[in-house]
Design a protein. Structure first.
Length: 229
């Protein structure tokens, strides 16, 4: 019924985004409507390209609105968004998991990152340093506000097999680490594994951007921590 209602509204008023959002808000407020909420979240955020209404900027408005209405039962849906959606939507869902669950949400978000993705996608385009931009944002207020538990999780993730998780951990520890963190980072300084979507401004002879390595990121994080001292 909800899907039919939304489709009819969209057919008649395709550009009326504000009222589309209000309609979804009203449906989310229906008491004891977990199944309806599941449908809205999964169909509009998880199933890429499956619906007519939630396109473009409305997706971002939608996820901003629904977060206060979510509970721990909904975390699995946000984790699925982190896993399968590229670009800003992935990182918005990542941040919402932190807001919804705190430090356990950070762990779930990191564990949900896929093995392969368009890591350079940021702000609607693919950038050579798109992942670095995402990390700069996520390692600021969203993760910093989690305090010591976030530092402990990120220190643990330094040994992750997932290169992107490892890179995020290094970048964030450059913000929230301490003297103990430095020793763990030093162990990574000789790691020459390149990080996708983390170009550092240098190019190959063919003009292709060169991604920074885990070792370079570790060195930068150490320098950042030592500068703060």
């Amino acid at each position: 019924v909800a899907e039919a209602y939304i489709n009819r509204w969209t057919a008649n008023r395709p550009d009326d985004i504000d009222n589309q959002i209000r309609m979804v808000q009203a449906m989310l407020r229906i008491p004891n409507s977990q199944s309806l909420k599941n449908w809205i979240i999964v169909d509009h955020l998880v199933n890429t390209g499956s619906d007519v209404v939630m396109q473009g900027d409305i997706l971002f408005q939608f996820i901003e609105y629904i977060t206060p209405l979510l509970n721990s039962d909904d975390a699995v849906h946000l984790a699925r968004v982190v896993e399968i959606r590229d670009g800003n939507l992935r990182w918005i869902a990542f941040e919402k998991l932190l807001q919804l669950m705190g430090p356990p949400g950070l762990r779930l978000a990191l564990e949900s990152l896929p093995d392969a993705a368009v890591w350079g996608r940021w702000a609607g385009e693919v950038h050579p340093d798109g992942l670095a931009r995402a990390a700069t944002y996520m390692c600021g207020r969203p993760i910093r506000e989690l305090g010591i538990p976030a530092r402990d999780i990120m220190t643990e993730m330094l040994s992750a097999d997932h290169i992107v998780v490892q890179a995020l951990a290094i970048r964030c520890l450059g913000e929230i680490g301490n003297e103990t963190t430095v020793a763990a980072l030093e162990a990574l300084q000789r790691n020459d594994t390149p990080v996708p979507g983390w170009a550092g401004g240098e190019f190959t002879e063919e003009g292709e951007p060169i991604n920074k390595t885990i070792g370079q990121l570790a060195t930068e994080a150490i320098e950042a921590l030592q500068t703060e001292e």
